[in-house]
Design a protein around this ligand. Structure first.
Ligand code: NAD
Ligand code: WQD
Length: 336
């Protein structure tokens, strides 16, 4: 059984990816410092996949933990999710973000090269595009100056991968640029666990519906969009997880010293107000919300051109926005 190291595998996207890998007959090996997740996720994974994943509690910046893992397991490939991701916090503590997000990639690449582990899938983000002039965004759309240290850390990590692969290390890498991940596993046993007040739209919606937050504020309805609210490309986390599986399969068939980048989205833009309406409709409830001011730094509209990932990785999303809103709500309800 092929063993895949998942850094940040106890987190939101990593835990769902562990399920997809296990169901495809691969063995997920999780490395996580639990800085933004809980050990309980491992019990939940056991309930879903029938076996507790091998877990190492440790910091991805610590070379010693990788040595331990390599002693215990023959690793075939790595998916590197571990990173800090709070955009606002990154402007307050840029060094914390640069140290963790960039430092961990450097330590990991060194380790992989030394041990002859060839394949890495890296978590990048549509944040690297900023506000694109032309929509939908393709992988060729120029990246823009980052709005935050978090966004910049993703750009820098992509650049590091490009330069590293150019040096012919005998490895292969794919960066996946995620659009807006939403939803949860259909069992409602795993999902997104935001720390404190959520910054992202969907956890804010579900926490408002659950009565944890009094009301949701829609950040602006005077944008140049169908209903005036911002447009995003909301991708179900299980579809996103599946894209990692496809990326690993594809990497293993490429020549060495290969690098490529793929958008992972649905290809469809939905407005914030449209998401709220869908949430209300599929879950048959009314959400307490008001329209407020624009949020500084927000992108007006962005959604992915998914032609490349559709054709090259043979990946297609299979969940609708309705599925995402139902699964997000079921997950939220399971928490109370
Ligand atoms: P998450 O916070 O739920 O998961 C990240 C996991 O990494 C957490 O479990 C955390 O404890 C762990 N971690 C962080 N630093 C670590 C370290 N040094 N050593 C070991 N473990 C560490 O976040 P997520 O939403 O699952 O995001 C996963 C990846 O996807 C991140 O790289 C993030 O930047 C990227 N991404 C996320 C989104 C999004 O909206 N969720 C969008 C685009 C890209
Ligand atoms: C979506 C839309 C808000 C909350 C962030 C990161 C980005 C990437 C994805 C990691 C926006 C609106 C939100 C609320 C609202 N992450 N909103 N009321 O801004 O697309 O991107 O997550 O790489 O880097 O910046 O996602 O969920 O914060 O917002 O009206 O209470 O919902 O204004 O239009 P965003 P988001």
């Amino acid at each position: 059984m092929k063993k895949i190291l998942i850094t940040g595998g106890a987190g939101y996207i990593g835990s769902h990816t562990a399920v997809v890998l296990a169901e495809a007959g691969l063995q997920p090996i999780i490395l996580d410092d639990l800085s933004n997740s809980s050990e309980q996720v491992l019990d939940r994974l056991e309930e879903i996949i029938g076996e507790k994943p091998v877990f190492y509690k440790g910091d991805c910046n610590d070379r010693a933990i990788y040595e331990q893992i390599a002693q215990d397991h023959e690793i075939s490939g790595v998916i590197h999710f571990a990173a800090y991701k709070a955009v606002g916090e990154s402007t307050q503590f840029p060094l914390k973000y640069y140290r963790n997000n960039i430092g961990s990639l450097l330590v990991l690449l060194d380790f992989m090269q030394e041990k002859g582990i060839k394949d890495i899938v890296f978590s990048s983000s549509c944040t690297v595009y900023g506000q694109p002039e032309i929509l939908p965004v393709t992988e060729e759309t120029p990246r823009q100056e980052a709005e935050s240290p978090y966004g910049n850390s993703k750009k820098i990590c992509e650049d590091i991968l490009v330069d590293f692969i150019k040096s012919k290390p005998g490895m292969r890498a794919i960066a996946l640029r995620y659009f807006n991940p939403v939803g949860a596993h259909a069992s409602a046993k795993i999902g997104e666990l935001p720390n404190g007040t959520p910054n992202n739209l969907v956890p804010y919606i579900t926490q408002t519906a659950a009565g944890i937050r009094e009301k949701l504020t829609v950040f602006g309805d005077d944008y140049d969009t169908a209903d005036g609210s911002c447009v995003r490309d909301f991708i179900h986390v299980m579809d996103l997880a599946d894209a990692h599986m496809k990326a690993l399969e594809y990497l293993s068939k490429q020549d060495l010293d290969f690098y490529d980048v793929f958008n992972v989205g649905t290809g469809k833009g939905d407005t914030v107000l449209g998401v709220i309406k869908t949430f209300e409709k599929v879950n048959e409830l009314e959400l307490n919300y008001q329209v407020g001011k624009r949020r500084p730094g927000d992108i007006e509209k962005i959604f992915a051109d998914t032609k490349k990932i559709n054709e090259v990785l043979h990946w297609q999303p299979s969940h609708s926005l309705e599925d995402s809103m139902r699964d997000s709500w079921n997950w939220q309800k399971s928490l109370s």
